[in-house]
Design a binder for this molecule. Structure first.
Ligand code: HEC
Ligand code: HEC
Ligand code: HEC
Ligand code: HEC
Ligand code: HEC
Length: 189
């Protein structure tokens, strides 16, 4: 390689290459941020169950189906039996209800796709939040208006800590509320 070419490479091409790599990295980092946080994940479910219809229009209480929220870690997704409390009668002839009845008669659980999830090494518990008056909407958005459930809020460590540090701003409907824990062992046990 002659001197001119080497100079050209070092002074112009290398900086350009580095610049392009850096820009690509930054753009991908920000563009994929929501996706990495799980925001926007709205999968098709095996049965087209509508929260807007059941929890919104019909005003069925969240805890009628998600029986675990006030008792423990998991909110729990209802088994088919709970659906069949109504659907042995309601809309029996509709295709989605025929599918539902088939799961019930076969005794197979419906393979609902899991949407919200924190990694295994982090500890989350519904009951401590629910029993202190934190509402579903503060973490899950307005589910009662969703035809199909999707994740609208991030569950990163930063998101947890933001509410734990500023509970009054994040939970304006609660008159009395303590700060949540910030020490590592509360969430990494
Ligand atoms: C009639 C039963 C029923 C009622 C009432 C109900 N849900 Fe659900 N919920 C389900 C079923 C079934 C699923 C799984 C399928 C889906 O995602 O739509 C689910 C899924 C969810 C999920 C997503 C779970 C995941 O995988 O991350 C959230 C969050 C949720 N419900 C919150 C609520 C809230 C908040 C209310 C009250 C406003 C409510 N639900 C009322 C049956 C119900
Ligand atoms: C408290 C009674 C009740 C429970 C519990 C209930 N449903 Fe329903 N559901 C209804 C009624 C009533 C309708 C019809 C509402 C309408 O169309 O105005 C309906 C409509 C539906 C439809 C739409 C049917 C169609 O095509 O018209 C689906 C799908 C459905 N429910 C699934 C479920 C699933 C899955 C569960 C359990 C997670 C469930 N429902 C629990 C009362 C209930
Ligand atoms: C303080 C925030 C917060 C509140 C309040 C909250 N959730 Fe959750 N929810 C989460 C997190 C975080 C996850 C993921 C948990 C995991 O991976 O173990 C989750 C998961 C779920 C799931 C799916 C997995 C499971 O635990 O069974 C359902 C269903 C659910 N929430 C329903 C509800 C309902 C209904 C309410 C209100 C009664 C509610 N949540 C209130 C943060 C919250
Ligand atoms: C919208 C507000 C809010 C969000 C979001 C939130 N928290 Fe909390 N958290 C609270 C409040 C309020 C308390 C209770 C403070 C008190 O009264 O002691 C609490 C308490 C806790 C506790 C202590 C439980 C105990 O045993 O006392 C843990 C652990 C916890 N949160 C984990 C999490 C994790 C993990 C996340 C994120 C996935 C999260 N929280 C998101 C508001 C929130
Ligand atoms: C309020 C709950 C909470 C507290 C307090 C907390 N964490 Fe986390 N942490 C989480 C959650 C939830 C995740 C998983 C989601 C994510 O990756 O952001 C996480 C992820 C992490 C990770 C994985 C790397 C990453 O960022 O993806 C590390 C390392 C970590 N925490 C260290 C700590 C240390 C050290 C402390 C104490 C200074 C701490 N955490 C306090 C909830 C908490």
């Amino acid at each position: 390689m002659n001197k001119y070419l080497l100079d050209h490479t070092l002074k112009i091409r290398v900086p350009i290459i580095l610049f392009v790599i850096l820009v690509t990295f930054i753009v991908t980092f920000y563009a994929s941020r929501a996706e990495r946080d799980g925001i926007g994940y709205t999968p098709d479910q095996p049965i087209q169950f509508s929260h807007q219809l059941h929890a919104g229009q019909m005003e069925i209480d969240c805890q009628y189906c998600h029986t675990g929220v006030a008792k423990g870690r998991q909110a729990l997704v209802p088994s088919v039996n709970i659906c069949m409390n109504c659907h042995t009668i309601a809309r029996k002839d509709k295709p989605e209800i025929i599918k539902l009845t088939k799961y019930y008669e076969d005794g197979t659980p419906i393979p609902w796709k899991r949407i919200h999830q924190v990694p295994e090494y982090a500890y989350f518990n519904h009951s401590v939040h629910i029993n202190r008056g934190v509402e579903c909407i503060s973490c899950h958005g307005d589910i009662a208006r969703m035809e199909k459930v999707g994740q609208v809020k991030g569950f990163t460590m930063t998101a947890c800590l933001d509410c734990h540090r500023n509970p009054h701003e994040n939970l304006p409907y609660l008159e009395k509320v303590n700060q949540g824990p910030e020490n590592c062992f509360a969430c990494h046990r």
